[in-house]
Design a protein around this ligand. Sequence first.
Ligand code: HEC
Ligand SMILES: [Cu+2]
Length: 383
Amino acid sequence: MAAISESSGILTAVSKPLRTNQEGNRPLLHGLWSLEVDISDRSKNIVAASNRPTNSKCIYQCRCIILFLGLALWGCSGQQSALEPSGEEAASVAQLFWAMLGGGAVIWLGLMALLATAIRGKLGPIDNRAATQLVFWGGAVLPSAALVGLLGYALWLMPGLRPFANSGAPQVIIEVTGRQFWWDVIYRLPGGVQFRTANEIVLPVGQRVEFSLKSTDVIHSFWIPSLAGKVDMIPGRTNRLSLVATKEGRFRGPCAEYCGTSHALMAVEVTSLPVQEFALWTERRKQPSPGVFAPGSELFEKHGCGSCHRVEGTSAASRFGPDLSHLGSRNTLGAGILPNTPETISSFIVRPDAIKPGTHMPAFDMLPPDDIRSIAVWLKGLE
Ligand code: HEC
Ligand SMILES: [Cu+2]
């Protein structure tokens, strides 16, 4: 050990004073177990743990670690968790994660055991030849073998993670375009049927779905952690992703690439439904909402909302903003950030920029509050 510590620059660097002991003026390096490093005594660079934790201190530290792990694991479940997979592709990603974590943990534990042995001085002095051997086996052969093993495993899993590897033609093709700060969604179903929606994706359980991912402004990234891996949406390019949802459920897909001021306020709501319910959902989407003829549509048209929005069954047909044809049936408003109620719709119309800074929808705070309310109630009725 002495041979290594004297010739190695690393230990010299570590033994720089990080903190000074109050009583004396001895520099201390504080680790998890308060190991004391004494650099004034050069003959033995590292002094073993002279102030080992007392029992109560140890219990306190253990509690802290358990609390920390508990909090960390708590974040690993829910609508947006890659560790609670509800799709085939997400299951492969989770499997890879656990294998990598296990491999990493074994390597880390081995290293810590070696470090502890070295610190306690149990190895004794070793000669140059032994030190070279240690560096060769521990520093070159072992890491290479571990990395080749883990990489091999990842490559072996990969065909399942790549689009279209597992199956024949997808049943449903969904074109999703990332916009600042919302998602434009077009469904292409067998038989040439297609319709448009926004900020929501509904999937059939057990059927392969293909996503065609685009962007019209900046780079966004499409990621539904519970269902599959992450794919960037790049202007001028179409990226593809395919997935199979294996469970019914509601999931959240945050935009995963910084795309501007309201990047954190841009998520897509995803629901997976049994095949029959999915078919019903698509049936309803192919037609105008029955609520379209209710009062309110004339105000929507009069105030120029149709210059940016489309509502099936009215003259509003612009593709600049989200398609509002069936807005009322969505659970959330403004790309997953607000509950969908007439009140939230009203406040969005009045000051969208106050809710989503940098949004491309202008404020309508100059309109009479009654008009706004009527439009909001009408939009909420578009189921
Ligand atoms: C200049 C274009 C433009 C005009 C005009 C416009 N909007 Fe928008 N609107 C947008 C854009 C862009 C978004 C997406 C905002 C975001 O989420 O970043 C949006 C979003 C919305 C949303 C939320 C949609 C969703 O999927 O959650 C509603 C509701 C809405 N607009 C209603 C209206 C109404 C009502 C009017 C007329 C009073 C109107 N808009 C006029 C561009 C416009
Ligand atoms: Cu983003």
